[in-house]
Design a protein. Sequence first.
Length: 429
Amino acid sequence: MKKGNTLLAVVLLLTALLSIGLALSSAVLSTSVKITKTYNRLAALSYAEGGVNKALWSINNTGSYTTTLDSSLPGGQFEATVTDCGANCKQITSIGYVPTKAKPIATRTVRIKINGVVSTSNISFKYGIQVDNLGTYLDNNATIKGSIFSNGPIINASSNTKITGAATSHASSFLFSSITNGTISGDARAFFIINAIVKGTKYTMVNPPYQEMPIKDADLNPTIDGWENDALVGGAQGNTTISGNNNQLGPKKIDGNLVINNNASLKVTGTLWVTGNITIGNNAQIYLDPLYGTNSGVIIADHKTDRTDFNSGRIYVNQRSTISGIDPNNPKTPSYIMLFSTQQPPPPFENFWRLWPAITIEQNSIGGVYYSPFGSIALKQNALARALACSGLLVQENGIVDYDSGMANSSLASGPAGNWTTTEWQALD
């Protein structure tokens, strides 16, 4: 073979090998780029899922989540946003960025829907007023719209007092089963009925049977503990004062006093447990988060370490305040807020229970359900409550309890939702 032909053959061979090498290099590089791109997208997806998980954890453990750009994980960031999508429904949208949102080389978005499982307890208010052993005292011109059952005497100061429904007095000793004075539109039952005008049927010389309170004695402490555990989900804070409008609070334990200033408004977004006193100022307004739906909410004053401490665990509802359910403008919505006090007078002061009420409801206040299982409630002039349950009751001039028959089967909830679970998952890109 001639030298020229040999050289040509070598050049052709080298050219062919170079072409093959370049082709292989291009394929390897292309594959590497694809692998890197796929890896970055998978990484971005992981960061997006991390944002979903953090938002879900925060909602379940604190009751809320605020949109933030989170860079706590190495190599990437996520940004999660929570929006409402109906009653007990939330949507979490989380975007993952690699390496940063400012200069991303890959992004992925994950969207999930979560439904809340609401922790509820059912309480039946069979009467507009149900009073335990301390009994009931109605001042001049006091009015009860509805029926009353008292495991103690019902004493009306004069014939000007009115009970529009039935009145029943039971007592551990028949000597204290009595109704004195007043006008009763329905039936009246007591061992003694003295100077009372009864428009229905009068039943005397019989001690009516004892009636359990809306929360039975055996269930009382477990129920209180359950509400307080619901409040602890949102953590604890010290003395709290609410001023102005657009406030919301809950679930939360307040180690100290809760004061809602005059003219302030508060949306309750979960159970509140106050270890000190609760004071609701003049013209103040409290209402439930609309996501409670038909469920009702609880605010509890419980100085658990010493319920006989006169300085703690009491509730003051001042003049012209409004306690509503989910509609702040209508205190007679199906849902309601129950204000619950565990304060009790220490012996021997239980005999002077009218002087130290656990709950005081001042004139012209509207709405709310009030419960004091160990102490007393004072309902003052022109104050209107939806239902009352207490150990002792003082209704002062023109105090009114406007009972709703729907209260006979009501459901108290820990908040708009308790534990949230995923019902729908989507990777959007």
